[in-house]
Design a binder for this molecule. Structure first.
Ligand SMILES: *[C@@H]1O[C@H](CO)[C@@H](O)[C@H](O)[C@H]1NC(C)=O
Ligand SMILES: *[C@@H]1O[C@H](CO)[C@@H](O)[C@H](O)[C@H]1NC(C)=O
Length: 160
């Protein structure tokens, strides 16, 4: 009888562990974020993206080239990545990922096609970049966390 109990206990434990390992993928769903230069043939796009914790560095993208990074949205729903975009004499800001804004519309793939008028997000339904946004106004954030985002922008980018 005792050995049967032990057998059952071990079996339940094994099932539990297998379930735990299997479920890991559900908790680890990462976002694949891609920024594509859609300006003009011959126009390089400079980008510099950051969050409070990560500096993703400055990058130069030729026409139709992309920069890609992956991250796991936090459990508080406050993940925010913002970028500066500049080319020729233009310079703009955009909140490239705002968890509260983007949850549900790009859970796995947030692919942005950057035009001069602003970036457009890939629409999963029709495969077109037709969800277009405006650049942030001034040096602050429209959809981030208001003054907090403005403060982070200033701290990190200063007078750039
Ligand atoms: C995505 O595309 C579908 C089909 O064209 C369209 O109905 C829908 O409004 C689009 N989504 C957004 C957020 O624009
Ligand atoms: C941002 O700061 C200004 C000045 O301190 C204040 O008037 C404004 O209400 C703040 N906005 C938000 C969204 O907190």
């Amino acid at each position: 009888m005792i050995s049967l109990d032990r057998f059952l206990f071990s079996f339940v434990l094994l099932v539990f562990l297998v379930h735990l390992c299997d479920g890991r993928s559900h908790f680890e769903s990462k976002v694949d974020l891609k920024i594509i230069n859609g300006l003009d043939a011959g126009t390089d796009l400079n980008i510099h993206c950051k969050s409070k914790e990560d500096d993703l560095g400055a990058h130069v993208l030729g026409f139709e080239q992309f920069f890609e990074f992956h991250f796991k949205p936090n459990i508080w729903g406050t993940t925010l990545y913002f970028c500066r975009f500049w080319w020729n004499s233009e310079s703009h800001w955009f909140d490239i990922y705002v968890q509260k804004r983007d949850l549900g519309r790009c859970d796995k793939q947030c692919w942005w096609w950057v035009r001069a008028a602003g970036p457009c997000l890939l629409n999963d339904t029709n495969g077109a970049y037709d969800i277009c946004a405006n650049w942030n106004v001034g040096g602050s954030s429209q959809e981030g966390t208001g003054n907090d985002t403005a403060r982070i922008y200033n701290e990190i980018f200063g007078g750039q």
